[in-house]
Ligand binder design. Structure first.
Ligand code: HEM
Length: 127
């Protein structure tokens, strides 16, 4: 099923993009902390993960925020990342776990400014 992002969501992401960019490394570090606490079995998959990976994920999240109205411009980067995921045998059932951890990390780092807090009916990646 294909659903498009609503204008309301776009507006909130536009408003919060600067906050995301300013806090991107904090958000990704918190996200991994949540993932490894909730799903210790995933730790092995990320064994030896470098600071470079934290940086790449942080950059991607910022890129999403800034380019939300031209998301297709991210396709080449997303294709590369999906190849990494395929090589690591990531399965579809694992995505909600990481996605929810990312949302929780945003809420914890951004507090009341988080878009999830401001609009409980939507969250990043789950429009
Ligand atoms: C929420 C969606 C996700 C995003 C936005 C994301 C993003 C990324 C990015 C940007 C990279 C770096 C790719 C590169 O090196 O060029 C990466 C690598 C990786 N991702 Fe994801 N990912 C997601 C979901 C997942 C899931 C569900 C898993 C597995 C549970 C996973 C496991 C990995 C692993 C193991 C790597 C390689 C890390 C290494 O080099 O050791 N990712 N991901």
């Amino acid at each position: 099923m294909e659903e498009s992002i609503s204008q309301k969501t776009i507006n909130i992401i536009n408003e919060t993009a600067d906050l995301i960019v300013a806090n991107d490394r904090k958000i990704t570090s918190k996200m991994y902390e949540i993932v490894f606490t909730k799903y210790p079995d995933l730790e092995k998959l990320f064994e030896g993960i470098s600071q470079e990976q934290y940086k790449k994920l942080a950059q991607l999240i910022s890129m999403y925020a800034v380019n939300i109205e031209r998301i297709e411009s991210l396709l080449p980067a997303l294709k590369e990342i999906s190849l990494v995921h395929v090589a690591k045998m990531v399965s579809p059932v694992q995505y909600p776990k990481i996605g929810m951890a990312l949302i929780q990390a945003m809420e914890e780092v951004l507090g009341s400014k988080s878009l999830v807090k401001r609009n409980p009916n939507l969250s990043w990646g789950f429009f």
